[in-house]
Write a protein that binds this ligand. Sequence first.
Ligand code: IMP
Length: 191
Amino acid sequence: MSSRKKVLFITSNAHKVQEIQELVAAESRAITIEHLDYNCPELQLDTVEEVARESATYIRDRIAIKQPFFLEDSGLHIPALNGFPGPFSAFVFRTIGNEGILRLMAGQTGEDRTATFKTAVAYCESRTATPLLFVGTVKGRIAETARGTNGFGYDPLFEFRGKTFAEMSREEKNKRSHRSRAFMKFLTHIT
Ligand code: IMP
C-alpha cells in the first residue's frame, strides 16, 4: 500500500496549481497533491492570513470534503501605498490591473518602490480541525514598466534582484517566491 499522503489543493487558479505541483516534484516528498477547482467566495478582510483562515473554515463547514485540504491567499503589499493592495489584490488586479498600479506608483523612486508579496497557506487536517497557517514573504520592488510574459497576475511588475517574476521560469520563481516559502513550511509540517 502506498504511504504517500494525499492532500487536496483547493483553488480556481491553474497557475498556482502548476507552481505547487512543480515544487512538490522538485522536492520529491512522499505527498500527492490533488486539485479541486473551486472558487471560494472572495472575503474582504484586513490580512491575507485572515482571508486564508476564514476561507478554509468556510469550506470546512459547508463543503463535504473528507480528506485533508489546503488553500492559500496571496497579496502584494506596497509600503509607499500604505500596504495597498494587500488583501484586496484580486479586486485591484481585476479593476485597475498592472497599469493602474504603475500609475499609482508614478513619481516613486528608489526605496519607495519596494514591495512585499505574501502568501498564507491554510491547512485543514479534518472536518473538526482549526486551520493551521503557514506564511511566506518575499521582498522586491515594483518595476518601472511591466516586463516578461511568464507567470500571472502581478508577476510582470514584481522585480526581484533585477528580474521580474514574469521574466523568470517557473523553476526560478519557485526558488524565491512567497508561495514557495509558505508552501515549504507547510510541506515540512506534513511530511
Ligand atoms: P489570490 O491569492 O488568488 O486572491 O490573489 C490575489 C491577486 O494577486 C490576484 O490578482 C492574483 O492574480 C495575484 N497573485 C497571487 N499570487 C501571485 C503571484 O505569485 N504572482 C503574481 N500575482 C499573484
